[in-house]
Ligand binder design. Structure first.
Ligand SMILES: NC(=O)c1ccc[n+]([C@@H]2O[C@H](COP(=O)([O-])OP(=O)(O)OC[C@H]3O[C@@H](n4cnc5c(N)ncnc54)[C@H](O)[C@@H]3O)[C@@H](O)[C@H]2O)c1
Length: 443
């Protein structure tokens, strides 16, 4: 009776937009989610441990390229958004969405410290009738094995006193066509009531909600999506290396294969795998699979091939320099684009960093240009204290080679090719530039 009452009360409150919603972790996933709920008139309370981010948001400033500051200042001014690093306020929201990081440790194992800390913060302030949704990508079982027992240690029962679900984030930073509200949202609740309440919440802001039978099914859905990409990118990267040896242009082949109207989805080769999802998430599953005496061979093979690609690119750079009578040692090399993908301001896990690291070890002198990354911060594995060099004709003339790692749309590639002595192109930006063929190397 009480369960039904709490479910109905919360669903009614959601439908009337009278719920307060908390989002924990205001990064690439959390902040767009906050903005999306505000757009629909929900009152939001954002939590982050990073007091600099909290201070910026309070002043109406955004730190993400995909979210203009005026969007933040509007919602702060209207009173719809409040942000805090005071986690005792976690008792205030009716619904709490967790968007904290889920990286890997040095040993390539899940680093669950952020989820653990957040769960502990919520546990301390849990109150009856709250909905908690984990959005951070993790292995199947995280919601029910890690989060649930800690929350139930309060004496509250899931599905009766509070609601718990997993709903993976599918944010595609920089994608203007599929913004947060347009990407279908998969939702798995610990109980049917949990799923019902979580689905009711997302239905308010997302065009299509896809309920599944359990949090584990939702957790594995997200991993399947990322493993599918990782494996297919590895496949096409492997074929790229073979095609190069055979003297065939892999880009031409992919374009031709893409004309098949069924049974083929194009994936494109690149300088290696980047971002904080595809190189990382599959290993959450391979780690968990060990508990079931299971080896995820595709995941390891894809990882192995994708990790090798920066080495292949560097070998191509060396060969190209050699062809011009130059050695890598002492060569001045401009890395064009360090973001992990086009038109984003995020260089975490970017293959540019692996390539730069290998080139540095070989004694190259490095510069970079990226219109969206003015300076390189310290990363998990690498630190290059460099600032983005202005892209000028003089710079292009004075370097020994330009390596196109990220194909940002704002760069005038024919102009770059015209002025640089040598181009190593990992993204096919030089497609059709036959005039300058002699100084272009596809890698
Ligand atoms: N970025 C993407 O494109 C993307 C897409 C899909 C899924 N994901 C997943 O979403 C999750 C978040 O990723 P992200 O890219 O937004 O990360 P992010 O690093 O951009 O943001 C995470 C935020 O959480 C904050 N934080 C860390 N610990 C905290 C704590 N204990 N309490 C409160 N805040 C805390 C950090 O300060 C940061 O602002 C990860 O699990 C990631 O795998 C990311």
């Amino acid at each position: 009776m009480q369960r039904v009452m709490l479910v109905d009360q919360l669903i009614k409150k959601i439908a009337e937009k009278k719920v307060d919603i908390g989002v924990i972790g205001l990064g690439y996933v959390g902040l767009p989610l906050v903005v999306r709920f505000c757009e629909e008139g929900f009152r939001m309370l954002g939590f982050d441990v990073d007091s600099k981010k909290v201070a910026l948001l309070k002043r109406g400033k955004s730190y993400l390229k995909s979210i203009p500051s005026h969007q933040i200042s509007n919602v702060i001014r209207s009173g719809l958004l409040d942000v805090t690093d005071d986690f005792s306020r976690l008792s205030e929201p009716d619904c709490i969405l967790i968007c904290v990081p889920t990286p890997l440790t040095e040993k390539m194992e899940p680093d669950l410290q952020y989820i653990e800390r957040t769960t502990e913060d919520i546990r301390k302030h849990l109150r009856k009738g709250q909905l908690i949704v984990l959005e951070s990508t993790s292995y199947p079982g995280t919601t029910e094995e890690l989060v649930l027992p800690r929350l139930e240690s309060t004496g509250f029962k899931v599905g009766r006193d509070f609601f718990l679900a997993f709903s993976p984030e599918r944010e595609d930073p920089g994608n203007k066509r599929f913004t947060t509200g347009k990407i279908p949202k998969v939702v798995g609740g610990v109980t049917a009531a949990c799923r019902e309440v979580a689905a009711a919440l997302y239905q308010q802001v997302i065009e299509k909600v896809v309920p599944v039978s359990s949090p584990r099914a939702a957790e594995l859905t997200k991993l399947l999506e990322n493993i599918y990409r990782s494996v297919n990118i590895a496949l096409v990267n492997e074929l790229k290396m073979l095609a190069d040896r055979m003297g065939i242009d892999i880009w031409e082949v992919i374009e031709a294969a893409s004309t098949k109207p069924f049974g083929f989805s194009p994936f494109y080769p690149g300088p290696g795998m980047g971002g904080h999802c595809i190189p990382i998430d599959p290993f959450y599953l391979s780690w968990k699979a060990r508990e079931y005496d299971f080896t995820t061979r595709f995941i390891f093979l894809a990882g192995e091939i994708n990790v090798h690609v920066p080495y292949y690119v560097v070998a191509k750079i060396q060969d190209a320099l050699n062809g011009m009578g130059k050695s890598t040692k002492g060569a001045k090399i401009l890395i064009l684009g360090v973001a992990y993908k086009r038109d984003v301001d995020d260089a975490r896990e970017s293959p540019a960093l692996a390539i730069m690291n290998l080139l540095k070890k070989k004694g190259a002198s490095l510069l970079y240009h990226d219109p969206y990354i003015p300076s390189l911060p310290r990363f998990r594995k690498y630190h290059f204290p460099l600032k983005s060099s202005p892209l000028t004709e003089n710079l292009l003339r004075e370097v020994d080679a330009v390596v196109v790692v990220t194909d940002h749309r704002s760069i005038d590639y024919p102009w770059v090719v015209k002025h640089a002595p040598l181009i190593i192109d990992t993204r096919n930006v030089t497609k059709g530039m036959k005039r300058w063929e002699k100084k272009i190397v596809k890698a």
